[in-house]
Design a binder for this molecule. Structure first.
Ligand code: GLN
Length: 195
């Protein structure tokens, strides 16, 4: 049984922890470096990336997480979590940092004011023919996918909203509130095959 962490500094921690538990994972909420050393994979939830960044640095988690990503730990980031995994940001706040690892440029709050929250089906061929029911909540968009990363989902207007690179998975939207489990499953498979 893989032991997975949910980064529990800010955001929708509870929903992800419940979903991972439902899928059979042993879940630990990670707030301190000692907790982080006990997990084989990490989920970074949605929330507010600038707050997650500040708290992660304040609690001494940012550097260990960066090192684990370099070392190949499976990490799954949704929404603000995708922002935290991006190597490059557009529209970051002054001084905002990320953990990095995904060779992508991500634009925060990219969907504009009038449509900054919407729900709908998104085709993700890597997960099968059935589209994903995705909820976007002031979500980011992947503006540029570098050569190391692969786009998993692209909206009709060309916006990339899911990317993968080795053991890293990042998506712009929230699957945990629409009952979608395939991304979490994919993440848990990565954790199981590595631990
Ligand atoms: N707008 C948030 C940010 O920039 C992300 C929104 C979310 O995670 N739902 O961090």
């Amino acid at each position: 049984m893989p032991r997975v962490g949910v980064l529990a500094l800010q955001g929708d921690v509870r929903e992800h922890a419940a979903l991972l538990e439902r899928l059979g994972a042993d879940v630990l909420r990670v707030r301190r470096p000692e907790e982080f050393t006990a997990v084989d994979g990490l989920l970074i939830p949605g929330g507010e990336s600038s707050v997650i960044d500040k708290l992660a640095r304040m609690f001494g988690l940012a550097d260990p997480i960066r090192a684990a990503i370099r070392d190949g730990m499976p990490v799954f980031g949704t929404c603000a979590g995708l922002i935290m995994l991006a190597d490059r940001l557009v529209d970051a706040i002054e001084g905002q940092q990320t953990f990095g690892g995904l060779d992508v440029t991500v634009r925060r709050n990219a969907f504009g004011r009038q449509v900054d929250s919407f729900e709908g089906p998104v085709a993700v061929p890597a997960l099968g023919d059935q589209p994903v029911h995705a909820a976007f909540i002031r979500g980011p968009v992947v503006e540029t996918v570098g050569p190391e990363a692969t786009a998993l989902a692209t909206l009709q207007d060309g916006s990339v909203v899911a990317v993968e690179q080795g053991n890293l998975l990042g998506i712009s939207f929230h699957p945990e509130i629409s009952g979608e489990t395939r991304f979490h499953d994919r993440f848990l498979q990565r954790v199981a095959s590595r631990s």
